[in-house]
Write a protein that binds this ligand. Structure first.
Ligand code: H2U
Ligand code: ZN
Length: 344
């Protein structure tokens, strides 16, 4: 489609990304380095997330068998922070108090079992735990947004390989969902349809960026992707929150999560690092017909297990840039087996 440098617009945030396809013609497809798969034990006596082990501060984990959620021992937000953020009479020195709660959700007792290696019912349990946490935290009167996310791999700053996710629930709507709220609201008032349902229809017509789809969810590399193998998972039904998913939709989403993460691992035959998170509508008791539930996967790797994309220089100071096009990245992920390389 475009072989020369161009920019693409992200309608969800209002940002542009620079695409330089001509640079990707450098011969790199053959240079796939392999790192040996990590051989982690099922149980690690020194892991603070494994069952029965002690966490910082002396709390002992229960002998859990499914998912396990607990309040983060080093929470970035507190539920009762006093309203005494530094006051100032200058609009150039704005600050306000922020209340919230932070939780950790372990996927299973297994220290070594990542999402792509879990079976569908086990992934459904993780999705259900995230939905329950959203419902529980969102019911608190001072919480207006719930961010579910997983930092996977040391490259993403993850402190522990035991598969887990985090939930930060905040009083204010954070920057990224606030931008998406504004853009989705404006689109819905102008068109009477949601931005992401219209976008999904365009992508299914073209097919070139779709990676996996079933009756309930689609995974694709968005037209405006910034990270080389960035993926957007979009709900087909116009549902704004995880707790609103039907059980058939939860199964459909578990299938899509397994497919995306297995293809990721198969790309360089490693446990593929990423930051993943859901964008749900704010929990402010408004109906949110404009919002479509979706998840973003932001993986840092570019051409091998050891070569990552750095967002520096022009990207830090001007705008994000990518070489390999979203269409080529989607074709590469589509070509890979959905059976995990360790299980194949
Ligand atoms: P990562 O997802 O970045 O690895 O973070 C794990 C979280 O676990 C981190 O937010 C918390 C850290 O505060 N943690 C506990 O709550 N208890 C502990 O004993 C250690 C780590
Ligand atoms: Zn563990």
């Amino acid at each position: 489609m475009f072989d020369s440098p161009h920019r693409r617009f992200n309608p969800l945030t209002g940002d542009w990304v620079l695409v330089s396809p001509h640079r990707a013609k450098r011969p790199w497809l053959g240079q796939v380095e392999k790192t040996p798969p990590e051989n982690l034990p099922h149980y690690d006596p020194t892991c603070y997330l494994c069952p029965r082990n002690e966490r910082a501060g002396g709390v002992k984990n229960p002998d859990y068998s499914g998912t396990f959620s607990f309040d983060n021992d080093f929470a970035a937000l507190l539920p009762d922070s006093a309203p005494d953020a530094p006051a100032s009479d200058s609009p150039l020195l704005a600050a306000e108090p922020e209340r919230g709660l932070c939780r950790v959700v372990c996927f299973s007792p297994r220290h070594d079992l990542t999402l792509p290696e879990m079976d569908i019912p086990a992934i459904e349990n993780v999705l259900t735990a995230w939905a329950e946490q959203t419902r529980e935290l969102g019911a608190k009167d001072f919480i207006h947004y719930v961010q579910v996310f997983e930092n996977k791999g040391a490259m993403m700053g993850c402190s522990n390989p035991h598969p887990h996710s985090q939930i930060w629930a905040t009083e204010h709507i954070p920057n990224e969902p606030a931008k998406e709220l504004e853009r989705q609201t404006a689109y819905f008032s102008a068109n009477g349809r949601t931005l992401l349902s219209d976008y999904l229809a365009e992508e299914h017509k073209r097919k070139e960026r779709v990676i996996a789809a079933n009756d309930y969810f689609t995974a694709l590399i968005p037209f405006w992707a910034v990270w080389p193998f960035e993926v957007l998972v979009i709900a087909h039904r116009n549902v704004p929150y995880l707790p609103k998913l039907t059980s058939a939709e939860v199964t459909g989403l578990a299938n899509i999560f397994k497919q995306v993460t297995a293809r990721y691992d198969n790309l360089f035959e490693i446990s593929f690092p990423y930051s993943m998170g859901f964008h749900q509508a704010p929990l402010d008791n408004l109906p949110h017909p404009e919002w479509t539930l979706h998840a973003h996967f932001y993986p840092p790797l570019l051409r091998s297990a050891t070569v990552r994309k750095f967002m520096v220089g022009f990207e830090m100071l001007a705008m994000p840039q990518r070489d390999i096009t979203p269409e080529i990245a989607a074709a590469r992920l589509r070509e890979l087996s959905e059976v995990h390389f360790k299980q194949g």
